[in-house]
Design a binder for this molecule. Structure first.
Ligand code: PLP
Length: 445
């Protein structure tokens, strides 16, 4: 549908037809769908006509979610799956095909690193990791076998902003699509398709849902990548596919739709990471308020970052909205509507004692919650070195820009004054305890 972003986040994809549909999208909680005739069943199984067979591949509630996210991202089609992790996996499996290689940013969500480094290695899919700020590293890593370039639009916990257009141009020069995980960005702040991304992936669990009740993931095809330009590279789309009765997906579905057809009818069908209709329905409820939440969260996060910058117990704040941050210019260019509300800061004081002091800080907080999630309506705190990044060596941690002193925040929609007061009080307590610590020793000496 047409209309502004806020209109589409509430209405896109929903066509109220009969009174049974109600005013709000219905939840189709059924595993399978009845066919009107055997002929209809045969046509659906042969992909000769669109329709729903079984909820492993699709449900009407899921399709509505797919249409809505497609609209918000300005894409052409989408596939919704059980989690963000599943969305990244099926997207890269479909592009890599047999013998494909992937180039990915160093700065990625920990679960994605596990998938690419461990499980994809088991599958025989090699992945080269590069520093996302280094254009020469991207260029050097791409080989004739590369089938996807992958990065996050804003990584966490350090909030590095990707130079999307630069990386898109490098990928396209090599004839490779750019896949962007925009979970932290959200289409309310940035639509990577407008800057050259060909596929946009989300953990819908996070900002899209926003309520922290349901896992889900989505990949949107922007319809920009032409698999037909070099057909020998992409046989999964351009050659007759035996399992689909020698159908050529590229001819049958075309640009912008062949990818979704392959992901659904092969990867989701075979591996089974299906989105529950109930979770699809829950995520749809969340999306209706996406831009309202994200606007509040972004402005609160920037206010918190500015406050923390002045706090004596804080050594450094990693927020690209602050002048002097290494990604400040990229943020100004790509995120004029607001900077994502997931960022981090380093507490002051020596690194060896930092974990104990951060444990104390977390104990003192009354509003921020210790939760391994982000993009929730609630404000969340995490200690990457003990949680998401605990499997990294100190050298790998340093390369990721974090130390034992680093604390990650995901800013919620509570009153910003309460969030600042909560952090301020807890930081003052740990700051004072560190300043008064030497005194008893002096007294003893
Ligand atoms: C959480 C997250 C994922 C994985 O999503 P799940 O829904 O938890 O499977 C992928 N990428 C990013 C950036 C995330 O934050």
């Amino acid at each position: 549908m047409t209309g502004g972003f806020a209109t589409r986040q509430v209405q896109a994809g929903f066509r109220a037809g009969t009174p049974a549909f109600g005013a709000v999208p219905p939840l189709h909680q059924t595993a399978a769908y009845e066919f009107s005739s055997l002929q209809e069943a045969a046509d659906l199984f042969a992909l000769r006509r669109p329709g729903i067979i079984y909820s492993r591949n699709a449900s009407p509630t899921q399709q509505l979610l797919e249409e809505r996210v497609t609209s918000l991202e300005g894409g052409v089609s989408a596939v919704a799956v059980a989690s963000g992790q599943a969305a990244v996996a099926v997207t890269l499996l479909a592009l890599a095909g047999r013998g494909g290689h992937i180039v990915a940013a160093d700065q990625l969500y920990g679960g994605t690193v596990d998938l690419l480094q461990d499980t994809f290695a088991d599958f025989g899919i090699p992945v080269t990791f590069v520093d996302q700020d280094d254009p020469d590293a991207w260029r050097a890593a791409i080989t004739p076998q590369t089938r996807a370039v992958f990065a996050e639009v804003v990584a966490n916990p350090i909030a590095q902003v990707l130079d999307l257009r630069l990386v898109a141009d490098i990928a396209h020069e090599a004839g490779v699509p750019l896949v962007i995980d925009s979970t932290v960005g959200t289409p309310a702040l940035i639509r990577p398709g407008e800057h050259g991304a060909d596929f946009v992936v989300h953990s819908a669990t996070k900002f899209l849902a926003g309520h922290g009740t349901s896992l889900g993931g989505v990949v949107v095809d922007q319809g920009t990548f032409d698999f037909g330009a070099e057909p020998e590279r992409w046989p999964q789309f351009t050659a007759p596919y035996t399992r689909f009765g020698d159908l050529v997906l590229w001819e049958r579905f075309g640009q912008g739709f062949a990818f979704a057809a392959l992901v659904k009818s092969k990867y989701v069908h075979d591996l089974g990471p299906s989105l529950s209709p109930f979770n699809a329905w829950q995520i749809l409820q969340g999306i209706e308020t996406l831009d309202l939440r994200v606007a509040r969260q972004s402005s609160s996060a920037l206010a918190i970052a500015r406050h923390l910058e002045q706090h004596p117990a804080v050594a450094r704040v990693h927020h690209p909205g602050l002048a002097g941050n290494p990604w400040h210019d990229l943020a100004a260019r790509y995120l004029p509507h607001g900077i994502p509300s997931v960022f981090s800061f380093d507490i002051a004081g020596p690194e060896p004692e930092a974990t104990d002091r951060i444990a104390r800080l977390i104990d003192e907080l009354r509003v921020f919650r210790l939760v391994a999630n982000l993009g929730d309506a609630r404000s969340l705190i995490a200690h990457p070195a003990s949680m998401t990044h605990s499997h990294l060596t100190p050298a790998q941690r340093a390369a990721a820009g974090i130390s034992l002193n680093t604390v990650r925040l995901s800013t919620g929609i509570e009153d910003p004054a309460d969030l600042i007061a909560d952090l301020d009080r807890a930081l003052t307590i740990i700051g004072e305890s560190s300043r008064t610590e030497p005194e008893p020793q002096l007294a003893r000496a």
